[in-house]
Design a protein around this ligand. Structure first.
Ligand code: BG6
Ligand code: MG
Length: 216
């Protein structure tokens, strides 16, 4: 029997590939401002809040803006992003995500979403996966962004389980750090070089199983 009682999933880059849409929208904004940033830089934006992402991008382009201008730029990026996610379909759920969520539910393991995004509800609805989550904690419910553990601790609390029996699934360095800071186990989704510190790193949820969960 597993001692793991709950799985908490990041959304962007773990359940759906919206990381690509975020990248496209930020890149378009940077290009409009007259500069570009690399895919390597983009790693630093994963899991990071919208406001903090903009701060980093402006820093990379050596561009300074007033608070009002920053708000307008973040809204501009979000409008492009919202337009892109409005066309999402259930086919965009990443391989193995639905199956692993189902096996957790069948095994009596509770599930939560733990995302920095303020657009998570739209994505869950468009891809028809909202019913897989007992609890949704997202950017509308937290005040301290990852790597602070708040989002995952609130998830564990809402599920009524101790952090030590939770496993977090994350594609972002900031998210791996947040899970560790919260005293949870963490499975990295992506590259082992990028996600150092995770208890296990897999290329996707299609490589995950209840057996691996029990062996963490
Ligand atoms: C995270 C993404 O899930 O959500 C980040 O990894 C993104 O790239 C953040 O900036 C906030 O998302 P949103 O949808 O509220 O702009
Ligand atoms: Mg992510």
């Amino acid at each position: 029997m597993s001692t793991i009682k709950a799985c908490i999933f990041d959304l962007d880059g773990v359940i759906v590939d919206t990381a690509v849409y975020h990248y496209k929208a930020w890149k378009r904004l940077a290009n409009e401002l007259g500069f570009d940033f690399t895919e390597e830089d983009n790693e630093k934006l994963k899991g990071v809040s919208r406001t903090r992402s903009l701060e980093l991008i402006l820093q990379w382009g050596d561009v300074s803006k007033t608070d009002a201008e920053k708000e307008a730029l973040a809204t501009r990026k979000n409008n492009w992003y919202v337009e892109m996610i409005s066309h999402m379909t259930p086919e965009e759920v990443l391989p193995g995500a639905r199956e692993f969520l189902e096996s957790c539910i069948n095994a009596g393991i509770k599930t939560a979403l733990g995302s920095a995004s303020k657009n998570s509800v739209t994505i869950l609805e468009k891809t028809a996966i909202a019913h897989f989550f007992n609890v949704v904690i997202d950017g509308n419910k937290v005040s301290k962004p990852k790597p602070d553990p708040e989002v995952f601790l609130k998830g564990a609390q809402a599920l009524n389980v101790a952090p030590a029996v939770c496993v977090v699934f994350e594609d972002a360095i900031a998210g791996v750090q947040a899970a560790l800071a919260g005293g949870m186990k963490v499975v990295g989704i992506g590259s082992p070089q990028v996600l150092a510190g995770a208890h296990l790193v897999l290329s996707g949820l299609d490589k995950m199983s209840l057996e691996k969960l029990n062996n963490l």
